[in-house]
Design a protein around this ligand. Structure first.
Ligand code: C2E
Ligand code: MG
Ligand code: MG
Length: 649
């Protein structure tokens, strides 16, 4: 007798291991995990029954006991085998959220009606052996009925293949390929088995395809938040892409704890995550109570997303009810010393917003746009707000600005108290977009930094300022230098110093005319590159200022060590001089800085009174609206011409 190669045997441990891993890694919640687990169970049972049948039949003739066993195993085999392509199709549906769109009835008819037919066929088989027979002498023999099963399997496979082909856009290529591998592997198995009937490899091919899917598609680590064990932002984004690409309707409720970072710091990770988990459970509880299908996701530091297919439910009422219920928990947390400040935003899709990106942006930004005490917000209130429109279109705005050179440098005069004239200016970037109008640097600079575009913008600033200095008669105007802001992204560039030296040569600018402003964040992030940049540049005659002093946690020791010529005291400290303690802070700051030989600029001076007080304290330079707002280069030059000649006259 020819040998039979039971390669299929290997399939059994593979399924068992995947299944075990699925449970251990808690990959069993959510529609697509559930469908996949079902697929694994079905595959495992099929493989076991297949092996039992095959091995027992190889030993024919068989005892009555063996005949009974093989008959049962074969029946179970057929019952489950046809479920493999069905379950796989269900899994594909779940992966694309198709399942949500199908009514229970249509699921039953489309998916399980053919299955019911095969069950009937197997019952009939008990009497007439149309599918298979098992006898003592011959063992297991197939009948013509098996072709019904083959046809059904082929039909489901064809369905799956077309489905995948038509939804190519919904997946990354790698994921799409791994999902499709199931069909490729099975087709290969069918061909190989036709060529080599003694090589049993169908189940192992299915097992390998499932393994491929597990490794590539079902990676729970990527989709789970470690601290809370909840599905994470990536999972949310994936789901969102699915719902927005299949015109389903539904609602997203975003819960944002505004002071999440602070809460986490006060409560400690363990208690904080427990709090988040219980908030998520409470929200889920509301959904269950009202029989809403909903998934919950968490994004660090404090954002919970509820994604529901329901678009009629009054979520605001639900949320307020929840809040009333859990107020005790919240008080308990607050008694530990931190406030709980939740803000909700409800987004109806596609009614309010259609595209996933805007939905994501709303979830991340809404609390910055609404009034601080607004507890519950409907997305349509904010999508029209200019602030949101700018934030939401920041990519477009920045790319447009960079490629069309939309930036312009303005100059704000800086007044010397001692010399009673304007001796310098701060260069400040301005951006006017054709569609969104003027956009504040406080808005677009952090955005550009996050997108890695700040170096390009910084290059523009450097070039413009050097050109401005070379084209302007500093001596004639009585100007000494221009201050320009360096961002963190520029400071960590290895070639920053070389870039500046190149500009120095190109425009024949004396380094004494350039003062570079850095902030505390720059030197908090200090690495050897930043250090080297600052050192090399100051050794070559460029001076530095520390910007925004008083807004962070400056360390005097650090400040005294850095080669800083000027300290710029932030507007907030200037404004605080209104009250006694603020006044005292300013007085001591100034005297401390004088002690370590720093020159002092006060920013944001708006009134004559502030000017007088600061001059009295011994501040060297004043910058602020009291004298002038930042001006376009030409207006700045005329301003200086006029004002400085008044002084000398
Ligand atoms: P900064 O460097 O602290 O600049 C001072 C800011 O205070 C400027 O805002 C200026 O217009 C504003 N200001 C000056 N005097 C007064 C006043 O009396 N009252 C009030 N209310 N404001 C006053 P601006 O131009 O909007 O810039 C904001 C921030 O954006 C800057 O803060 C700086 O951090 C950044 N920035 C601006 N231009 C550039 C640039 O070219 N490069 C880099 N890296 N950052 C820049
Ligand atoms: Mg500045
Ligand atoms: Mg400043």
């Amino acid at each position: 007798m020819d040998r039979i190669f039971y390669l299929d045997m290997v399939a059994v441990p593979i399924y068992a291991i995947i299944l075990y891993a699925t449970f251990v890694r808690k990959m069993i919640t959510g529609p697509s995990n559930r469908a996949f687990t079902a697929l694994l169970v079905v595959s495992l049972v099929t493989a076991v029954c297949d092996l039992m049948t095959g091995m027992a039949s190889a030993n024919a003739p068989m005892s009555d006991y063996e005949v009974g066993l093989v008959f049962i195993a074969s029946t179970v085999y057929y019952l489950f085998h046809i479920l493999v392509p069905i379950m796989y199709l269900m899994f594909l549906f779940a992966e694309t959220r198709m399942g949500y769109q199908m009514t229970r009835k249509s699921k039953l008819i489309i998916i399980f009606a053919p299955y019911a037919a095969s069950v009937v066929l197997l019952i009939v088989n008990c009497f007439n052996g149309v599918v298979f027979t098992v006898t003592n002498e011959e063992g297991y023999r197939r009948g013509p009925g098996v072709y019904v099963f083959y046809t059904l399997a082929a039909m489901y496979a064809l369905w799956g293949v077309t489905y995948l082909a038509r939804r190519r856009k919904m997946f990354s290529f790698a994921k799409w390929l791994s999902l499709g591998s199931m069909y490729v592997m099975n087709a290969a198995a069918v061909i190989i088995q036709m060529l080599f009937p003694r090589l049993l490899i169908e189940m192992i091919m299915t097992a390998l395809a499932e393994l491929y899917v597990v490794l590539l598609v079902m990676r729970p680590e990527d989709y789970m938040d470690y601290g809370t064990g909840l599905p994470n932002f990536r999972a949310y984004k994936n789901e969102l892409l699915k719902v927005t690409s299949t015109d389903t309707r539904g609602t997203i409720v975003v819960l944002r704890f505004i002071n999440a970072r602070q809460m986490q710091r006060y409560l400690g990770d363990r208690r904080y995550f427990k709090f988040i988990r219980s908030a998520a459970e409470n929200l889920k509880g509301i959904c269950d109570k009202y029989d809403l299908e909903a998934d919950i996701y968490y994004e660090q530091p404090g954002r919970i997303y509820i994604l529901s297919d329901n678009y009629r439910f009054d979520f605001e009422k639900g949320v307020r009810e929840l809040y009333a219920e859990v107020i005790g928990d919240i008080q308990e947390i607050e008694s530990l010393g931190t406030k709980v400040i939740p803000r909700f935003c409800e987004i109806r899709y596609p009614d309010d917003i259609r595209d996933a990106e805007t939905i994501i942006n709303i979830g991340r930004q809404f609390h910055r746009i609404i009034p601080f005490d607004q507890f519950y917000t409907h997305a349509k209130e904010i999508i029209e707000s200019p602030t949101f429109r700018i934030k939401n279109n920041m990519d477009l705005i920045l790319n447009r600005a960079i490629s069309n050179k939309k930036f312009e440098m303005y100059y704000q005069p800086i007044y010397s108290v001692k010399e009673k004239r304007f001796v310098s200016a701060e260069a400040l970037i301005r951006l006017k977009d054709e569609e969104f109008g003027f956009i504040s640097p406080a808005e677009f600079i952090p955005a550009a930094e996050r997108r890695g575009l700040m170096v390009a913008i910084g290059d523009f600033v450097l070039e413009s300022v050097f050109r401005f200095i070379s084209e302007t008669d500093f001596r004639g105007l009585g100007l000494e230098y221009v201050e320009l802001n360096l961002s963190v992204a520029q400071c960590v560039q290895g070639d920053l110093a070389d870039k500046i030296f190149a500009l120095e040569k190109k425009y024949h600018v004396n380094p004494a005319r350039v003062n570079l402003e850095i902030t505390e964040t720059t030197y908090e992030n200090i690495g050897s590159t930043t250090d080297t940049n600052i050192r090399v540049l100051s050794e070559n005659g460029f001076s530095f200022s520390l910007d925004d002093y008083g807004t962070g946690y400056s360390n005097m020791q650090r400040i005294s060590r850095l080669p800083l010529k000027i300290i710029k005291i932030d507007k907030t400290l200037v404004d605080d001089m209104e009250n006694r303690s603020g006044m005292s802070v300013m007085r001591n700051t100034v005297s401390m800085m004088k002690d370590i030989n720093k020159e002092i600029v006060c920013e944001g001076v708006e009134t004559a009174e502030q000017l007088e007080t600061l001059s009295g304290l011994g501040v060297d330079f004043i910058q602020g609206y009291y004298f002038s707002k930042p001006l376009p280069a030409e207006s700045f030059v005329s301003f200086i011409k006029e004002k400085n000649s008044e002084q000398t006259a």
